[in-house]
Design a protein around this ligand. Structure first.
Ligand code: ZN
Length: 237
């Protein structure tokens, strides 16, 4: 392996490590992101909060209706007990009973209306709870897959780092320094393959002298245009 070939190998390993590290970051971010669960939980909470005052209103109406019915019943008992002899008093009792019955008719209509709203609210709550269950179940599945992918990637990165260390041993300190100095400005691609007499990174054709130097592979030759280290790679490999 020539120095240029070793540098190309080093670049491929480093790009592989970068790709996997990016994916590992994405996975970590997804694992830490609770937005879908939080949103589904917020919907459940909103449905509960909407339902609670309706249920309370229904309970209050029921209590008022039974209280009115009790009062009307007691007044009827009084009326038919034979204890009330006074006509005025009897009329008052009859009016009170009629008024309580009338009031209860109105309250029952309101109660019916509220009960329908309670049913709607209960349906909304049940749907929100089911949606939350689905989100949690999907998240569990997704997490398992991500954690599996994460461990696989971590193993691969460890292996790539070892290969990187091995590859670096075959490169002279001067060449390594040249590669490193170009790495940042060339976006981690300081080495380019020469195809025919053309730099595959920038597409510029090289002079005969450069082409010969690359083919010989004894020293590092750089592209006359982009300055990348050129390496010859036959189509077969
Ligand atoms: Zn170039």
């Amino acid at each position: 392996m020539t120095q240029a070939e070793a540098l190309l190998r080093l670049q491929e390993l480093e790009l592989d490590i970068i790709r996997r590290s990016k994916r590992l970051q994405e996975i970590a971010a997804t694992l830490a992101d609770d937005t879908p669960v939080n949103q589904a939980q917020a919907k459940v909470q909103a449905a509960e909060e909407a339902l609670e005052p309706l249920r309370r209103r229904a309970r209050d109406l029921e209590a008022e209706i039974s209280s009115n019915a009790r009062k009307a019943g007691a007044s009827e008992d009084e009326l038919y007990s034979g204890r009330v002899k006074n006509t005025k008093e009897m009329q008052d009792l009859q009016r009170e009973i009629a008024s309580l019955r009338q009031r209860n008719t109105e309250l029952e209509e309101t109660l019916l209306d509220v009960m329908m709203k309670v049913e709607d609210g209960e349906r909304t709550l049940a749907e929100a709870r089911a949606a939350l269950e689905t989100v949690l179940a999907n998240r569990d599945t997704e997490r398992r897959h991500l954690i599996d992918e994460q461990s696989a990637l971590q193993r691969e990165v460890a292996s790539l780092r070892e290969q990187r260390e091995e590859t670096m041993k075959a490169i002279s300190p001067e060449n390594l320094a040249r590669y490193s100095s170009l790495r940042q400005s060339k976006k981690y691609q300081p080495v380019a393959i020469m195809t025919g007499n053309m730099c595959s990174a920038c597409g510029v054709e090289q002079t005969k002298a450069i082409e010969r130097e690359v083919l010989r592979g004894q020293s590092l030759a750089t592209c006359l245009s982009c300055g990348r280290i050129l390496v010859y790679k036959s189509a077969a490999t």
